[in-house]
Design a protein around this ligand. Sequence first.
Ligand code: G4P
Length: 318
Amino acid sequence: MAIQWFPGHMHLTKKAISERIKEIDVVIELLDARLPGSSANPMLAELTSRRPALKVINKQDLADPARTALWLAHYNALPNTRAIELDASETAPARRLIQAARELAPLRGGMVKPMRVLICGIPNVGKSTLINTLTGKRAAKTGDEAGITKAEQRISLADDFYLYDTPGMLWPRIIVAKSGYNLAASGAIGRNAFDEEEVALELLDYLLQNYPALLQARYKVELTDGITDEQLLEAIGRKRGAVLPRGKVNLQKAAEIVIHEFRAATLGRITLETPEEFAQWLAAGQLIDAERQVKKDGLENQRLIRLKKIPRPPRAAS
Ligand code: G4P
């Protein structure tokens, strides 16, 4: 796995969320519409004591609309959960946010029992952009480095509706390799943490299977039967003039082109996972986790047995 993932300290975020949660009615989790499953933080449900959840599927302008519909249906079918899609072009998203949150906590509202909503999301998912739109400010982005403290913000979206933004960062937990690749492709992980060529190959492999027409339209390469991701990356590099002096393709450059064009959606509106696929990856990842745990427990038992077998030194005569 090429992703050297050092998510930094999350204790600040955990502490802030668990302190604030006592007074929270609804938790908004911002997700990236191109990878809703991988951009979620699985720890959040536990941290937020399973409060009603509003999933905001953000950056929907970059994602495949048919798949966004699948994700919306998936979340809307879960208990205590609502989902809406959003993008930065929506200049007044407050009304839809407020309405969806109120549906989740119908007993809250009015000056005596104002709605208190917590907003969370992994880095780069668009939280600052959304908060700036909601507040009508163009505040500088802070707190996007591990360890940077940012004071809690309380934003009033209506007389009886408060939105809380906690300090610190909520990092994704990479349970499955595929999530790591998708997070890297989306820009959620710093570029020094992964190998661009490997991420681009993984991306191309998925696009070959799911979006071949977009690849063909963008890169004008022939997608012959059985073409591999390596061959495709090479063909893209050649087409784009990413060639080294002796005629060899500069695969690093070609990978950067592919990743950049995916992020900017010049390749088209693409979503890297469906709810069904993500559920399969998750199940496989959890199985690996469980096996690892069994192995660890086994090693621990063996160690204990060995310790028991070590004869005790004779007691010194008193
Ligand atoms: P964060 O606070 O959650 O870390 O994210 P932030 O708002 O800073 O947004 C990260 C990047 O995503 C920004 O791009 C922002 O403009 C972009 N973005 C946010 N919401 C949307 C959306 O709905 N649609 C699209 N297309 N883009 C959105 P940036 O400043 O150019 O940063 P970067 O792309 O160089 O990381």
